[in-house]
Design a protein around this ligand. Sequence first.
Ligand code: PLP
Length: 423
Amino acid sequence: MHHFHYLNNELYCEEIPVRDIARAVGTPFYLYSEATLTRHFQAFDSGFAGMDHLTCFAVKACSNIAVLNLFSGLGGGADIVSGGELFRALRAGVPPQRIIYSGVGKTAAEMREALEAGILMFNVESPQELDRLQAVASGLGVEAPVAFRVNPDVDPQTHAYISTGLAKNKFGIPVEDALREYVRARSMSNIAIRGVSCHIGSQLTRIDPFIEALGKLKKFISLLEERDIRITCLDLGGGVGITYADEQPPHPHDYARAIQKELNSMQCRLILEPGRVIVGNAGVLVTEVLYTKVNTGEDQEKRFVIVDAAMNDLTRPSLYGAYHEIRPVVDSGAPPQLVDIVGPICETGDFMARDRLLPRVSQGELLAIMSSGAYGFTMSSNYNSRPRAAEVLVSGGTFHVIRSRETYADLVRGEVIPVREEP
Ligand SMILES: *Cc1c(COP(=O)(O)O)cnc(C)c1O
């Protein structure tokens, strides 16, 4: 359920025609609906209402500070994976005590920044990382609160690139080795054991892999208890998947119920790190049709719709072969045609959709690439020296540019032509 809808054949975001925003800010731009962001955050968070829990939004899914500030205001925290995301979360006003730090490659400098900020917990992913964290914390004379990210070796049944809970993935510490690390951590002067964490992958459309992982975590936690190591936090990682095409992911409440049932009487604070399920369908990428053309080969005709958004703006189709629904902003009711919707970048991999039935469109028309709120803008780049798109947030009948379109000057910021001595 989201607040992008048609009224008189015209796409609206909440109460505003998308066309009006395009006229004001130009294309391409990311467009988010505040009502949808709020609704999705609350739909997820309220599933766990009966439990002591904290919903830490995965910043990498959509990291604009206006979005982080919105979730913080709803009682959420942040799951960060870099010093840059820490900076954003703090800038957005997320209380440090609601920030979780995940990721396999935290640098000493990033650890120091997070310790100085006083974050809730580090999810440690290797023995060497633990040693470094102990050293950094000791240097600052503070305690580092930690959980180990355990790799439960569970198949999340999702795309290989976003599957993280298998032994062959780079993430976490194998369950078999984790006990040893907890014992080691216990003896460290500047490490405070707080929890166990696990994140098996993204865009999961079934609940059972989560439950299988949770089952393994429970067994592991009882092993810890036998060693008198008590944890107070259980971090279950990212959220469930969303519908891009015809996926039927579980409702967040069903996910919450299943977890509650499996946790049973376990006494600890639950931490959740949803990203996609909250923002995915709350954002679209709006683009303009630059040209249409037909390339005729020996035995086929291929129709192309060339738009002003490209793989640097939305990488998911190129990177994962991901499907995004594409809709005309003004639905003319024209008959559908089979087309490839492609961007201006000099790569054959630069497409938004291939072999897609789209009502016949012409130059100057606007298209909305749906479900682009998660891993959309955040994965964008300047490839082909294309300024990154603007981001716009709609709230009822008003809209705010929450990130202005980059300028050419932004493109070369920090670049220097070396001054060379004459020979
Ligand atoms: C990416 C990530 C998430 C968010 O995953 P979603 O599928 O977007 O909910 C949560 N936790 C960690 C550690 C991640 O890397």
